[in-house]
Design a protein around this ligand. Sequence first.
Ligand code: IMP
Length: 422
Amino acid sequence: MNIVLVGMQWGDEGKGKIIDVLSEKADYVVRYQGGNNAGHTVVVGEKEYIFHLIPSGILHPGKICCIGNGVVIDPEVLKKELQELEKNGIDFKNRFKISTLAHLIMPYHKNLDQLRETKRKNKIGTTGRGIGPCYADKINRCGIRMVDLLNPRIFSEKLKDNLKEKNEIFKKVYAHPGFNFQKIYRQYLEYGKLFKNYICNTALLLNGTDSKESDILLEGAQGTFLDIDFGTYPFVTSSSATSGGACIGTGIPPVRIDKVIGVCKAYTTRVGEGPFPTEFGEDFGKFMRDKGNEFGATTGRPRRCGWFDAVIARESVMLNGISELAITKMDILDGLEKVKICVAYKYKGKLIKNFPHDFEMLNKAKPVYKEMAGWPNQGDKVITFNQLHPNARAYLAELQKLLKAKITMVSIGSSRKSTIFI
Ligand code: IMP
């Protein structure tokens, strides 16, 4: 069974934990888009691991973990993650693979990302990791790929070509001194040596006889509303975070995808700028942010928090072809007197049931809420669905009804064992 796992909101849905749980049943775990703008946190016993690039499936012995062609890689970040695995005694040498076709984040991408952001009138609030400029070069056909690091002549040519144009831009537009060829050339060839044993044609691997008889888990980063096409553009990331991106970003054809599982928080969060109709007011927002420890795993930025938005979640179900739902951080809603679900928006007196594409409408839309009774703190004794408080079960039943997809997992804590399977 080949499963795609996607975030249904604006990222940070707690996909890392669900991926970790599902990895147990998979033979291959593959990342298909994004870069180190993402951060998956997995708690194993006392130890917390944060992954930005390597699939968290690597924590499960024997699983083959791939970084697909759709991912953009900052080699320094990858190097550090591999060192961290080594330090913790996790054996990955024969089961970690990087696509030859994955694009590299270059030093100039990171600077450009940050410089552009400071110049923008309407800031996006990017992670500043060079993601947008790297994908822009990919589409502009001047990107540098993993495979190029294995061929110094080609790498040199491409880097020279890039620096010729980019240094001009840096100097003239941004009053920046530009970049030195030799320094980047040497540093990146070192990365090439370090990664050489892992770089391969992952599409070939994932379509080979062995993998055709295996179970593949394709993990999305970010979330549906950060998708370059379907998200709240321009406040989005630069890749296809929706399930369609899984095929493009791995070379696994659409006919081989068996199921799409959507992950959403029991409420909503987003980092960075952009519309967020169900955002809490300042005080309650701060209260929930602290309660849910809503700070970015990558940048540490405080996340904006709000009620569950069924309008966007329904759109997510449609766009991704989601048949099963994993609801995360349900425990963070414990102890509230009332909980709310946004079932539609109101704009200029009209009821809007579908996600609006008009930016002004989305920005000014007022949420229409269904209010439900809250439930007390449930502690960590709950291990089955029936042990959940009846009001918590009613909340989940309402989500299921609104989204027309089956809830199969509910997470009520950060550890592996705090997951209810339905
Ligand atoms: P970029 O991906 O760094 O270009 O940032 C674009 C937007 O996506 C910003 O609003 C970021 O905060 C947001 N973003 C990127 N990656 C993540 C993520 O993994 N979780 C949540 N937000 C993200």
